[in-house]
Write a protein that binds this ligand. Structure first.
Ligand SMILES: *Cc1c(COP(=O)(O)O)cnc(C)c1O
Length: 373
């Protein structure tokens, strides 16, 4: 089916900047710069600058960013890592890939880790907290960092959905997702807020040892200068060509964030009077949200989804089944009421910089129509 309003529209972004993309491809290929070249270095520098960390190391995906930073941090068999069930499975898989156990806790109203539940989940085996900044909104990092400090735990941030998201800390300064913990893990999967034309990810850190180890792990464990292999590593590089294209996109990134925030505001103005839905705007001006996804909670969610689809609006229910109910996580007796409720209620509406105001207005009018019956 061809939707009047598709859920994503990568073709439009390509068309809008086609000349620049093709020029970059030609330039990089003509230089023969395929692996670990200046385009990747430039991208890493820019991301480190944006996030506010000393280092950024490009890897093949957000999943690799999580796995390699946990491996670099020494997380291993027998360890426990506290994270949320309400996330993409990849967060949890990355913990299991280290041989460690993911201890899943519930989320709060804002879809992020409920920080009141962290300390109860800590055991002698706990080594790390792995908060996920979902939908482009930071977790309460002041609180999470304080708990980590008190309990001597590592923090690794799953910032896959939160490039550019910020939080005004207790000290009064704005701090970006990926700059709080020992490592921040980002995804440049095509439909993320800054998406490549294929898989890509990056690790941010202030710790030189972590940066160095991730650099070695991503390229077979070999130090290319001493020509010695120090670890059993992987082939998990961020492709130089993709980095080149991401550098082109970075020029527009600030404008895209503004556009996302404006569209979110349009949805808010259009829908806030409806009592059947709950919008992802949380009264707390410490947070600068980037709306990777615009996720609402809706009464009669499945019927609303069908209605919008029928009227030509493509929507997605990203979390039909909670991660702890998935076959790979069975058996367990985990019960997470808020996570399970979220999965029953949420629906994601289209939100990307190329979306027109009038398309949002169309979606708003359909939702109003649906509840007016
Ligand atoms: C996308 C995503 C990942 C994984 O990133 P990939 O680049 O797809 O491997 C991990 N965690 C969250 C929260 C994500 O949204």
């Amino acid at each position: 089916m061809k939707y009047k309003v598709p859920f994503v529209n990568p073709q439009k972004q390509y068309r809008d900047h086609k000349k620049e993309f093709l020029k970059k491809i030609d330039e990089v290929f003509s230089r023969g710069d395929l692996i670990l070249r200046r385009d990747l270095e430039e991208f890493e520098k820019k991301i480190a600058g944006m996030v506010g960390t000393k280092y950024a190391v490009g890897v093949n995906s957000g999943t690799d960013a999580l796995s390699l930073s946990m491996e670099a941090a020494g997380i291993k068999k027998g360890d426990e890592v506290i994270t949320v069930a309400h996330t993409f499975m990849s967060t949890i898989s990355a913990v299991y890939h280290q041989g460690a156990k993911a201890v899943l806790i519930d989320s709060g109203e804002d879809f992020n880790m409920n920080t009141d539940l962290i300390e109860k989940a800590i055991t002698k085996k706990t080594v790390a907290l792995l908060p996920v900044h979902l939908n482009g909104r930071l977790c309460d990092m002041d609180k999470i960092m304080a708990i980590a400090m008190k309990n001597n735990l590592i923090v690794i941030e799953d910032a896959a959905q939160a490039l550019g998201a910020r939080l005004k800390t207790k000290k009064g300064n704005w701090k970006a997702a990926g700059s709080f913990g020992l490592a921040g893990c980002f995804s440049m999967y095509p439909f993320k807020i800054l998406g490549a034309f294929g898989d890509a990810g990056i690790v941010t850190t202030d710790n030189s040892e972590i940066a160095k180890k991730v650099r070695l792990l991503r390229y077979n464990g070999e130090d290319r200068i001493t020509r010695k292999f120090y670890f059993h590593g992987y082939t998990a590089l961020l492709d130089n060509m993709q980095a080149g294209l991401l550098n082109v996109k970075l020029k527009y990134f600030g404008g895209w964030l503004k556009r996302r925030r404006r569209l979110a505001l349009l949805y808010k103005k259009g829908l806030e009077a409806l009592k059947e839905i709950k919008l992802p705007h949380f009264a707390d001006n410490r947070f600068f949200d980037v709306y990777q996804n615009y996720v609402i909670r809706a009464k009669n969610r499945d019927e609303l989804s069908d209605y919008l689809n029928k009227k030509g609006v493509e929507t997605i229910i990203s979390w039909l089944r909670p991660t702890h109910k998935q076959p790979v996580m069975q058996p367990n007796n985990i019960f997470l009421p808020e996570t399970e409720k979220i999965c029953r209620e949420v629906i994601s509406l289209p939100l990307y910089p190329e979306l027109a105001d009038k398309q949002v207005q169309y979606i708003v009018s359909l939702i109003k129509e649906f509840y007016a019956g």
